[in-house]
Design a binder for this molecule. Structure first.
Ligand code: 13P
Ligand code: SF4
Length: 304
């Protein structure tokens, strides 16, 4: 760690103490942002962590829908984002109006929304899921019910195959995971025949079909930690390599492409964390008209 990084990290920690703020960071954040946080995890871990914190404020280092989920679960708390422009393009691939038009075509269907969605879409859905529990969520729905799954077509398709349920899929996708091409996976597999391949379910079906394991970001960490293998080809956003390498110093990890770098996740920096805690900005707020319904959709998932 260089001198500037150390000084900024110390300042972040000092401000977090003064503000009684807990710092939550997603597994894709810059390494130095993760290292300055109190807790690093996947979307489900972070929602669970937010739900049980007793701090006065949360500094959420991730993308907007994650901070919004924390704000919904902790309405009395100040939820801050270091950079409010950090959005998730996939979450913006469906609007509440578009969801309502699919619902009108399938009256009586249950709507499962991936947590990578806006609070407004959550308010128009029945139950939320993350990449860690989509199978469990779909399995909890009675077999005679039709299911609409939004917005990720690839997580939806993977979940349909795992559960044997037919899902009505919205055609959204993650532009970052879309860049993890099957040809690139095969090239690395030929170069490292002893390596296990583990990918995120936001990858395309073709890329998923080449993997030994499919898991959420924290699931990938667990898989690589517990596996006896010593080399891993990792099909997800490259920010995860920081924790994989830090927590498994004896193992080798191969990212598939440098293009799998989510520009939104990387908008958060140590400097912005300092400014955010100094100014107590930017506060994430969910409009009152949709908050109760969106919260209920998330709480149905957490109750499972
Ligand atoms: P996880 O919930 O697996 O951390 O994934 C979140 C995400 O945005 C993946 O692109
Ligand atoms: Fe959204 Fe993809 Fe970035 Fe995750 S990696 S936040 S799904 S754009």
């Amino acid at each position: 760690m260089d001198g500037t990084t150390r000084r900024l990290t110390e300042r972040v920690r000092e401000l977090a103490r003064e503000r009684n703020a807990v710092i939550l960071a997603h597994n894709y954040q810059l390494g130095e942002v993760q290292d300055a946080a109190d807790f690093v995890g996947d979307s489900l871990d972070l929602a669970q962590q937010a739900a049980k914190t007793d701090a006065d404020a949360i500094l959420f280092c991730g993308v907007h829908f994650m901070a919004e989920t924390a704000a919904l679960l902790c309405p009395e708390m100040t939820v801050l984002m270091p950079d409010a422009n950090a959005g998730c393009p996939m979450a913006n691939m469906i609007s509440a109006r578009q969801l309502e038009s699919v619902k009108a075509e399938h009256p009586g269907a249950i709507v499962v929304c991936y947590v990578n969605s806006t609070a407004e879409v959550k308010a128009h859905s029945d139950i939320c899921c993350t990449s860690a529990n989509s199978v469990r969520v779909v399995e909890s729905i009675p077999a005679d019910k039709e299911i609409i799954f939004v917005p990720d077509r690839y997580l939806g398709d993977y979940t349909a195959r795992q559960t044997g349920r037919e899902l009505i899929l919205w055609q959204g996708y993650c532009p970052t995971h879309h860049r993890i091409l099957p040809e690139a996976v095969q090239r690395l597999q030929a170069e490292h025949p002893a390596a296990k391949t583990v990918v995120h379910p936001e990858c395309t079906a073709e890329t998923i079909s080449l993997a030994d394991a499919v898991a959420s970001t924290s699931g990938i960490l667990r898989y690589c930690h517990e596996s006896e293998a010593e080399q891993f080809i990792v099909g997800t956003e490259i920010g995860l390599l920081h924790r994989l390498r830090k927590e498994n110093p004896g193992k080798a990890f191969y990212g598939i492409t440098r293009l799998a770098d989510c520009p939104n996740m990387k908008l958060n920096t140590l400097e912005k964390m300092v400014w955010s805690l100094e100014d107590m900005a930017t506060v994430v707020r969910v409009p009152e008209g949709i908050a109760a319904a969106a919260r209920a959709t998330i709480e149905r998932m957490l109750a499972l």
